[in-house]
Ligand binder design. Structure first.
Ligand code: PLP
Length: 417
């Protein structure tokens, strides 16, 4: 075992030495002795965020008070942050806005897209999509009836064959939260368009982790969150993308004053802003959005291609470690073997996945569990090294082989898993 560890260690060291993103790790505040493989749920803390939080609290809020809406440009922050997210998702200016959560933004694009479709009511999605995405369709159905919004769920292989002229909207998550499987955005969007279907992509597990080209794929609408691979902090606001060509026809139903063409006219009648601004509903969460704004600076001057290349190297190396440590039979890979077909995570299945995950956390390796039996490891290329991947795999092996996870304390379910 020692010799094996040594040869894997050599591979890790060489890979880390030639890593073009190696210097990015020091931009993050990472707790000592912890291997953090859960950046796909909550990204780690960029150091610059601490500084910004203090400045916004003390100077902007504490001292400059309400004048900060102008002097510190709070009023434009949703745009400014949206335009920082835009290049990360492959969008030209004027189409991305930072606001609300994925759930709320989904409600906006679903309602707006259905309204643009005449005589079509079906929203097609995938059975194992993230629940909130499906719930938002169900909620809309409860409001406007099945006659106007009808959810149709199919398995992954049946998506393409189900695209027909009865479908109004295709709503998919680009990278599956359990398996990490990635959809062919370009092909599916194009196939949907050939049938007159509008397409909504959820980028929760894609933005900041994989290369995206929303404009090039002619995506209609997209939503995403910023607390995963974009490291914006817990509950950081999400983003919405509406393709320029739709902005004149698209109308979302949450008529908030901030989405009005002139909010400070205080007109009694709503008139939507003709730009992406109509997606702002109420007053933006300035504290949280300022921290996110700072967090996005770690992406300055980075090509997403480099992030994707490193992500593939990390996930491939993890699979290699599992295999050489002879763990791949006990822990069945539930992510695709082909690295181009998965996002920046590796999921393995085990009937005691929850207890194994708790035992790992107890030993300083943070991963997460997804019901019913998935142990999920997220690899954030900006701060994860190959040596971390190896050390995590070694500890995982020790826990599984010794059955150390077989203790009552590792089986107690917490509220958040
Ligand atoms: C994390 C995640 C969400 C979360 O939605 P919020 O409204 O931001 O809480 C939605 N969809 C997917 C696919 C996710 O992975």
């Amino acid at each position: 075992m020692k010799v094996l560890h040594q040869s894997l260690q050599q591979i890790a060291c060489i890979a880390d030495n030639v890593d073009p993103l190696a210097s990015k790790r020091k931009l993050f505040d990472l707790p000592e002795g912890v291997i953090y493989l859960d950046g796909n749920s909550l990204g780690a803390l960029p150091k610059i965020c601490k500084q910004r939080a203090i400045e916004v609290i003390n100077q902007q809020w504490g001292t400059d008070l309400i004048s900060s809406w102008n002097t510190h440009n709070w009023i434009d922050l949703p745009h400014v942050v949206g335009e920082k997210i835009a290049p990360i998702i492959g969008a030209q200016a004027g189409q991305t806005m930072c606001c609300d959560s994925i759930s709320v933004n989904l409600f906006k694009v679903l309602s707006g897209a259905l309204k643009m479709q005449k005589n079509r009511s079906i929203v097609l999605s995938q059975s194992d999509n993230f629940p909130t995405d499906l719930y938002m369709v169900q909620g809309l159905t409860s409001l406007i009836s099945e006659q106007h919004c009808k959810l149709k769920l199919v398995e992954e292989d049946d998506i393409a064959p189900s695209l027909n002229s009865e479908v109004a909207v295709l709503m998919l998550t680009h990278v599956n939260f359990r398996s990490g499987r990635i959809h062919d955005m370009k092909r599916l969007t194009q196939m949907a368009h050939e049938q007159g279907i509008l397409v909504i992509w959820d980028l929760a597990h894609s933005a900041g982790a994989v290369e995206l080209a929303l404009d090039e794929c002619e995506v209609d609408f997209a939503v995403g969150c910023t607390y995963k691979y974009l490291n914006g902090g817990p509950g950081a606001p999400g983003f919405i993308y509406v393709a320029k060509r739709h902005q004149r026809h698209f109308q979302q139903p949450l008529y908030g004053w901030m989405g009005h063409a002139s909010p400070f006219a205080f007109d009694k009648h709503y008139q939507a802003s003709p730009t992406i601004s109509q997606n702002l509903t109420g007053t933006p969460a300035i504290l949280s959005m300022s921290v996110l704004d700072a967090a996005l600076s770690v992406f300055d001057n980075i090509e997403m291609r480099l992030i994707r290349e490193k992500s593939i190297k990390l996930t491939e190396f993890f699979i290699q470690c599992l295999s050489e440590l002879e763990l791949n039979e006990t822990l069945a890979l539930s992510s695709p073997q082909d690295p181009t077909k998965r996002g920046s995570q590796i999921s393995v299945a085990h009937k005691d996945a929850y207890a194994i995950c708790q035992a790992l956390i107890d030993e300083g390796v943070i991963a997460d569990f997804r019901a019913p039996d998935i142990l999920r490891f997220g690899f954030t290329p900006l701060y994860t090294r190959h040596i971390d991947v190896l050390n995590a795999a070694i500890r995982l092996g020790e826990i599984v082989n010794s059955r150390r996870y077989d203790q009552a304390r590792f089986r107690e379910k917490a509220k958040v898993t």
